[in-house]
Design a protein around this ligand. Structure first.
Ligand SMILES: [Zn+2]
Length: 139
C-alpha cells in the first residue's frame, strides 16, 4: 500500500515521520495531520470493497460501480476475482439505483407506491444513502 495523499485534506505534500507500532508514520505538511499506512489502507479498502461487491451482486455493471463509489472499474473487477465473487444471472430483472440524502430518502419512502411490488436495499454511502431497487415481483 503506497500513500500519495493526506487522508484528511488530500494534499500530496506528505513526508515520512518515524515508525509507530511497526507501521510507517506520515505527516501532512499542509494540515499537520499524522497518519499511518495500515490505518488508512484498511479503512478505505474494506469499506469500498464491501460496497463494490454488494453492487456487483445486484447486477450493476463495473462502469456504473465506478461512477457510484469512485473506484476504477479495473480495481472493482480485480476485487471480484480476488474474493471469487460469482454473480447469479439476472435475466428477468435489472436493478436501478438512486442516491439520496437523508431527507430525500425519507420523502421517497413515504410514498407507498414506491414500496409495493418491488424489492430494495438501502446502504450507507459516505454521507448519503443508496437505494437499490429491483422490480422482479411485478408482473
Ligand atoms: Zn493534510
Amino acid at each position: 500500500m503506497t500513500v500519495s495523499e493526506c487522508p484528511r485534506c488530500q494534499s500530496q505534500n506528505i513526508v515520512k515521520s518515524g515508525v509507530v507500532n511497526e507501521r510507517q508514520r506520515y505527516l501532512c505538511k499542509k494540515c499537520n495531520y499524522y497518519f499511518t499506512v495500515n490505518k488508512i489502507g484498511k479503512r478505505i479498502d474494506n469499506y469500498y470493497v464491501t460496497k463494490a461487491l454488494q453492487l456487483y451482486l445486484e447486477g450493476i455493471s463495473y462502469r456504473e460501480i465506478e461512477r457510484i463509489i469512485g473506484v476504477s472499474h479495473v480495481t472493482v473487477s480485480n476485487w471480484v476475482k480476488e474474493f471469487k465473487v460469482k454473480k447469479p444471472s439476472h435475466t428477468d430483472y435489472h436493478p436501478t439505483y438512486k442516491i439520496f440524502n437523508h431527507l430525500e430518502l425519507v420523502e421517497y419512502l413515504k410514498d407507498k407506491g414506491h414500496l409495493s411490488g418491488a424489492g430494495m436495499i438501502i446502504t450507507e454511502l459516505g454521507d448519503k444513502f443508496m437505494l437499490i431497487k429491483w422490480e422482479r415481483f411485478k408482473d
